[in-house]
Design a binder for this molecule. Structure first.
Ligand code: NAP
Length: 327
């Protein structure tokens, strides 16, 4: 049923007897694929908001058992991973608190950390280890069919434990993410939120904004925007196709860091605007040269491909590949 994977670097060793995925969308389903690739779990169970998603997840073999409530799914699990939009982590932690097994690790994959720590930590019972996390990997797709085992390969996963978090639990979760293919870095939730505001959140806001600006232009038709999109616009539309619920929650929950970074961004944009107005070619050239060097750094760090057009062809075949794996 499943296409054979390259497994050389993934040892087949069970780390958890029962893993519960609360939410089985892009990230939850990718965790399941990568987990099964490396043989990390005795069983993977899960829940979602709608019965349709639970049904699909079971049908795809992402979870062996689907539950209507998060509390039932979390019952008896050694590792519980919250894979829902950020705003739901607090309410779900409250709901599952009494079902959590003593000694279990509770983690999440939310794109914001400070708000999640504030919302989740108060509900975590004594003896359960809460280790917040965020895999820096994703696509603009969502839902249980969007996931694939390679999503985390070579990407970073940030963990934001507090100084009081049990060291063994942090070590175990680190080993888990490494077995999923990731590299792991540990930092404070506040620092995470600042870094991600500029590397992820503000770029998404800019993409959403530019797409809407183009859509609202009176002097350029919609069909022209689409027809000539390869000039640059198209690459913003990929980012702007991301899940609206997820991104609404990111901005509601990382307000301060995003506003801070947007302030800096606006100042720099104004400087560019000024350079254009006054014909300062050297300023423009220097700023563009710096930016190009950053791009080279990303490629050298193995965080993207140098293929022309962002290696667009393989990227586009991802959903089809995911489907054919299940065929
Ligand atoms: P997604 O594909 O939209 O999946 C979200 C999942 O959460 C769905 O299975 C949904 O179930 C479920 N859900 C919603 N409300 C729920 C509830 N009350 N109880 C249980 N399950 C519920 O989203 P995603 O992209 O996987 O994102 C999940 C999390 O990962 C978010 O916190 C996001 O910030 C983070 N993240 C995302 C990316 C990315 O690029 N997408 C990258 C890193 C981290 P239904 O299908 O039934 O609605």
């Amino acid at each position: 049923m499943t296409k054979p994977h390259v497994t050389a670097s993934h040892h087949s060793s069970q780390m958890f007897e029962r893993i519960a995925l609360i939410g089985v969308g892009l990230i939850g389903s990718s965790i399941s694929h990568a987990c099964r690739r490396a043989g990390l779990a005795g069983e993977i169970v899960g829940s979602a908001r709608t019965p349709a998603t639970v049904e699909t997840a079971v049908k795809l073999g992402l979870i062996s058992q689907g539950y209507v409530t998060a509390a039932e799914a979390a019952e008896g699990a050694d590792l519980v991973i919250l894979c829902t939009p950020v705003g739901l982590c607090g309410p779900i932690a409250k709901e599952i608190a009494h079902s959590l097994k003593p000694g279990a690790i509770l983690t999440d994959v939310g794109s914001v950390k400070t708000a999640i720590v504030n919302d989740v930590a108060p509900h975590v019972p004594e003896g359960v280890h809460f280790v917040p996390g965020h895999p820096i990997a994703g696509t603009e797709q969502s839902g249980p069919e969007a996931g694939f085992a390679e999503l985390f390969d070579g990407r970073w996963c940030i963990l934001t434990p507090t100084p009081n978090t049990d060291g063994k639990a942090v070590e175990k979760l680190t080993a888990f993410w490494e077995a999923l293919g990731s590299k792991v870095e540990i930092m404070t939730p506040e620092h995470h939120d600042l870094v991600l505001a500029i590397t992820s959140h503000v770029p998404h806001l800019i993409a959403y904004n530019i797409v809407n600006t183009a859509a609202n232009l009176e002097r350029v038709t919609d069909s022209e925007v689409i027809k000539f999109s390869a000039g640059g616009f198209r690459d913003f539309t990929r980012i702007a196709a991301s899940d609206p619920t997820m991104w609404r929650d990111v901005f509601l929950n990382n307000k301060d860091a995003v506003l801070d970074m947007l302030g800096r961004f606006t100042e720099d944009l104004t400087a560019l605007q000024r350079a254009i107005r006054f014909g300062e070619g050297d300023t423009l050239f220097d700023m563009f040269s710096n930016a190009r060097a950053i791009r080279r750094g990303i490629v050298q760090a193995g965080q993207d491909t140098a293929a022309p057009d962002f290696g667009r062809t393989p990227a586009r075949s991802e959903p089809a590949t995911a489907k054919s794996k299940r065929a």
